[in-house]
Design a protein around this ligand. Structure first.
Ligand code: GDP
Ligand code: MG
Length: 163
C-alpha cells in the first residue's frame, strides 16, 4: 500500500502552497482510494524516489474561533485515521495561536510520525522570531517557506524517511 501524508493546519497557513510545491507538474489523480474523503485535494507525489499520496486538507475560513477549533479537530481526526505521517503546519508570520496549541496537544498523542512545521519563514529574521513556537514543548520544529522553497527539501527528506 502506498503511504499517505496529510497536511493539516489552520486556514491560510500555506497548506495548499506546500501541496502545490510538492505536487509540481508531476500530478497524478488517484481515482480509487478507499477511505479517503473525496472532497479533499490529493495527489500522488514522488520525493527522493519514494511515492506517497499527499492530502491537502481543505477548510473554509470559519466565522468564529469555536468553529475554527471544531474544523481543526475534525481535520486532525481524519488525518490521524487516514494518514501514515502528518505534517502540522503553522504560520510564522501570524505567530503561535491558541488553536495551534490545542491541535498540537491533540497530535502529540498520536502514535504516528507528526512533523510540526512553521511556514512563511522566508528569511533569517523570521527564523529568530519563530522561537516562540518552541514554547509548545515539541522536540522538533522545522521552519520552512513553502512559497520560496526554503527548508522544504530538508523537511521532505525527513518525512520520506518516516514512511
Ligand atoms: P491554506 O489555507 O493553508 O491552504 O493556505 P494557502 O496555501 O492558500 O496560503 C495562504 C496565503 O499564505 C497565500 O496568500 C500564500 O501566498 C501565503 N503563503 C503560503 N506560503 C507562504 C510562505 O512560505 N511565505 C509567505 N510569505 N507567504 C506564504
Ligand atoms: Mg488551502
Amino acid at each position: 500500500m502506498i503511504p499517505i501524508v496529510a497536511i493539516v493546519g489552520r486556514p491560510n497557513v500555506g497548506k495548499s502552497t506546500l501541496f502545490n510545491r510538492l505536487v509540481g507538474r508531476r500530478k497524478a489523480i488517484v481515482d480509487d482510494l478507499p477511505g479517503v474523503t473525496r472532497d479533499r485535494n490529493y495527489e500522488t507525489v514522488t520525493r527522493f524516489g519514494r511515492p506517497f499520496i499527499l492530502i491537502d486538507t481543505g477548510g473554509f475560513e470559519p466565522a468564529s474561533e469555536d468553529r475554527l477549533l471544531q474544523q481543526m479537530r475534525e481535520q486532525s481526526q481524519l488525518a490521524m485515521e487516514e494518514a501514515d505521517v502528518i505534517i502540522f503546519l503553522m504560520d510564522g508570520r501570524a505567530g503561535l495561536t491558541p488553536s495551534d496549541v490545542e491541535v498540537v496537544e491533540m497530535l502529540r498523542r498520536v502514535d504516528k510520525p507528526v512533523f510540526f512545521v512553521v511556514n512563511k519563514v522566508d528569511g533569517e529574521k523570521l527564523e529568530v522570531e519563530s522561537a516562540e513556537f518552541y514554547t509548545l514543548g515539541v522536540d522538533n520544529i522545522a521552519t520552512i517557506s513553502a512559497e520560496h522553497n526554503r527548508g522544504v527539501n530538508d523537511l521532505m527528506d525527513e518525512v520520506v524517511a518516516a514512511l
